[in-house]
Design a protein around this ligand. Sequence first.
Ligand code: AMP
Ligand code: ZN
Length: 222
Amino acid sequence: MNLIVFGAPGAGKGTQSAYLIETYRIPAIATGDMLRAQRRAGTALGDQVKGYMDRGELVPDSLMVDITKDRLQQSDARDGFILDGFPRTVAQAEALDAMLDQLRRRIDAVIYLRVSRQVLIDRLSHRYSCRTCDAVYNFRPDQARALPRCTVDGGELYQRPDDHPEIVARRIDVFLKHTAPLIDYYTAQHKLENIDGQMSVAEVRADITRRLAGIRKGAGSR
Ligand code: AMP
Ligand code: ZN
């Protein structure tokens, strides 16, 4: 399965990708995590993308396409992948189709997690991330007064600077302007699975599983 998980910041892409990794035994390629890892490592690329990220803007397409192309060609992505956070513009989607053509592969399905603006803002304002591994947690303000450590690696939890309210508003606007047009792009390719992302985590997971099972069955006839 070659999948895209797509939706606004806070829609649940990372949470649902984590389940898909287990179900299909394919890696999740989260471009935001990759960029944050570059920043932590202090690379030139990390320096280059810092400003865009902290302002809640998109990193230029050419950079993102190069990074993703390299990643898709690594051996662990040979039998499938889950793209989380890429593509984010129509230009990136076109570049992705072109690179997959070259590799004689294609996207099987695009999972769109639909969530209202108010719910996104509410979720992100309670979101805390691990400084070392990017794992995500949710805490109410009273719980957040004494934050625990990351259960994966004991790392320190913090609120991502771009999860602060002013930047969140900008990121949602950027999503609506630049990324939402992908809904039409993938609908035209008959690949979009439009899912209510406001259900519980378990319900969203079940809905995704059901739809992907249908796609696998129908694969021969497509
Ligand atoms: P995320 O963790 O997916 O919310 O991404 C965090 C930030 O990384 C975004 O707000 C962008 O600045 C940048 N970024 C991640 N993926 C992309 C992409 N495909 N295109 C442009 N910018 C990206
Ligand atoms: Zn961690």
